[in-house]
Structure formats: structure tokens, C-alpha cells
Design a protein around this ligand. Structure first.
Ligand SMILES: Nc1ncnc2c1ncn2[C@@H]1O[C@H](COP(=O)(O)OP(=O)(O)OP(=O)(O)O)[C@@H](O)[C@H]1O
Length: 252
């Protein structure tokens, strides 16, 4: 571990008891209406993410994973049901309040990295830290994902996996309480995907950020504290792992 990080180690013990939910969704439904057609994307979902926890969200295409993640992160609103951030009900918040919630408390990582091509890796991360209330240094964020040596490189000079690691650094630099990752390895080959999962795992361990990772790949469930499976808009299964595997131990 780097010297930069070791100073904060004591306050970020990922072995702390996982007792309090950071996010809690109760009886969520989401119905999309397009003309005459209604799609029930979520159908009575209860879902919790606890402090420091790593949750992997599995399910077939169309089972409602992205819909759930977007509602949890305040990018979308449910048709009915409640979402709490800690003790605060956020599901009835105005658009403006949801925007503040996202800005202050949620880091997002998507399948595609959406970095600004004309800015270096460091500048892409600094864009966030300049406006955040309690950020870590952009250098520290890049160090966490193993990319400090590439800080002056532009996205076009980085591989897909490296760009995704910059996107992870950007997402966590403001020290969000929750990191939501929608298919973060979806565009990457196996070996690169492992490196990206290692970066996410490192963030979860070092910063203690409660993390949800959507994937199609059931093997990835091995890195989680809990694996939640959705089917037809409902939670069909929840498994707890007594031991988390490191991403390099995953086989698929
Ligand atoms: N904006 C929308 N308008 C209409 N239907 C939608 C919309 N977004 C999602 N849906 C539908 O809601 C259901 C759940 O979609 P969602 O994207 O949450 O699934 P998913 O599990 O994330 O799928 P994938 O793994 O393919 O990304 C699907 O039937 C989808 O077609």
C-alpha cells in the first residue's frame, strides 16, 4: 500500500461490523409506459446495502438490475416504494434534492468510461475534486486504482481497462458513501476485467465505500459479501459469502 494511503488506514477498517444500511429500498416498483405498452421493470424489490459492504447484483438481461441501480443512485425515480439514504427518505425528494444527493454521496461507474478526451487522467479526476465537499487528492484517487504513474496521460493514450480505472478514481475521489457500478467490466476482456475489479475491491477495502457491482458474470459473485439476484423485477435469491475471493482468484 502506498504511503499516501497508509495515513488514512485506521479510519477505514473494512472489517468493521456491517450493521447499518447506507441505502435501503423497500417494496420498489418501476413501471415504464411507452404508449399502450407497460413494462414492470421492478416488482416489489427490497434491497439493502450496508456500510463497507460489497454487493454483486446478478440477473439475466432485462431482470431490472440497471433500473434498480439508477433508482438507488437517484438517477431515476420509482413508481412506488421507498428509498432511504441512511435514515433519510430520498424517494420523495425533488429533482434538485436528488441531484445534491447524487453529487455529495454517490459515485457511479458505467460500462463506458465517459472521460473527457482533452483532459489528462489527473485533470479528469480533479474536475470532481474541485467541486466536492470532502475530496481526497486526485493523486491519491489515482494511486488507489494503480494509475498514478499514468496521471499525465490522456484517455486516448490509455487502454480500456486503464480508462475504466481512471473512471473509478473519478467516481470515488469525492469520498462518496456509496459506489454504484453498472457492468464495469462489460466492455473488457477477462484479464483487464480482473484488474478493474481489483481497483473496485481496493476502493471498497481502503476507503470502506459501500459498493454495488452489476454483472452478467456469476463468477464475479465470489468477490462479494452478498450476491443478490434479480429475476423478472423481483429479488429471487440472496447469498452471503463467508469469505470474499480476491478478483485474481476468480475463474470463468
Ligand atoms: N426507459 C425505458 N423504457 C421502457 N422500458 C424500459 C426502459 N428502461 C428499461 N426498460 C425495460 O425494463 C426492464 C428492465 O430493464 P433493465 O435495463 O433494468 O434490465 P437489466 O437487468 O439491467 O438488463 P441488462 O442486463 O440487459 O442491462 C426491461 O424489460 C427493459 O426493456
Amino acid at each position: 500500500m502506498s504511503e499516501i494511503l497508509s495515513t488514512k488506514e485506521e479510519t477505514r477498517d473494512s472489517s468493521s461490523t456491517q450493521s447499518k444500511p447506507v441505502l435501503h429500498a423497500h417494496n420498489l416498483t418501476k413501471v415504464y409506459k411507452t404508449g399502450e405498452v407497460e413494462v414492470k421493470a421492478l416488482d416489489g424489490v427490497d434491497f439493502q446495502v450496508f456500510e463497507h459492504e460489497m454487493v454483486v447484483l446478478l440477473g439475466e438481461s432485462g431482470s431490472g438490475k440497471s433500473t434498480l441501480l439508477n433508482i438507488l443512485g437517484g438517477l431515476d425515480v420509482a413508481t412506488s416504494g421507498e428509498v432511504y439514504f441512511k435514515d433519510r427518505l430520498i424517494s420523495s425528494d425533488s429533482k434538485g434534492l436528488l441531484t445534491s444527493f447524487r453529487r455529495e454521496h454517490v459515485g457511479f461507474v458505467f460500462q463506458f468510461y465517459n472521460l473527457i478526451p482533452s483532459l489528462t487522467a489527473l485533470e479528469n479526476v480533479a474536475l470532481v475534486t474541485e467541486i466536492a465537499k470532502n475530496p481526497i487528492k486526485p493523486e491519491e484517487a489515482l494511486d488507489l486504482v494503480g494509475l498514478l504513474p499514468r496521471k499525465d496521460h490522456f484517455p486516448g493514450q490509455l487502454s480500456g481497462g486503464e480508462q475504466q480505472r481512471v473512471a473509478i478514481a473519478r467516481a470515488i475521489a469525492k469520498q462518496p458513501e456509496i459506489l454504484l457500478c453498472d457492468e464495469p467490466t462489460g466492455a473488457l476482456d477477462h484479464q483487464t476485467g480482473i484488474l478493474v475489479l481489483e481497483a473496485i475491491e481496493q476502493v471498497n477495502r481502503e476507503l470502506g465505500t459501500a459498493t454495488v457491482v452489476i454483472t452478467h458474470n456469476t463468477s464475479v459473485g465470489g468477490i462479494a459479501d452478498r450476491v443478490v439476484t434479480l429475476r423478472d423485477g423481483k429479488v429471487s435469491d440472496i447469498q452471503s459469502n463467508s469469505n470474499r475471493l480476491s478478483p485474481s482468484e476468480l475463474k470463468w
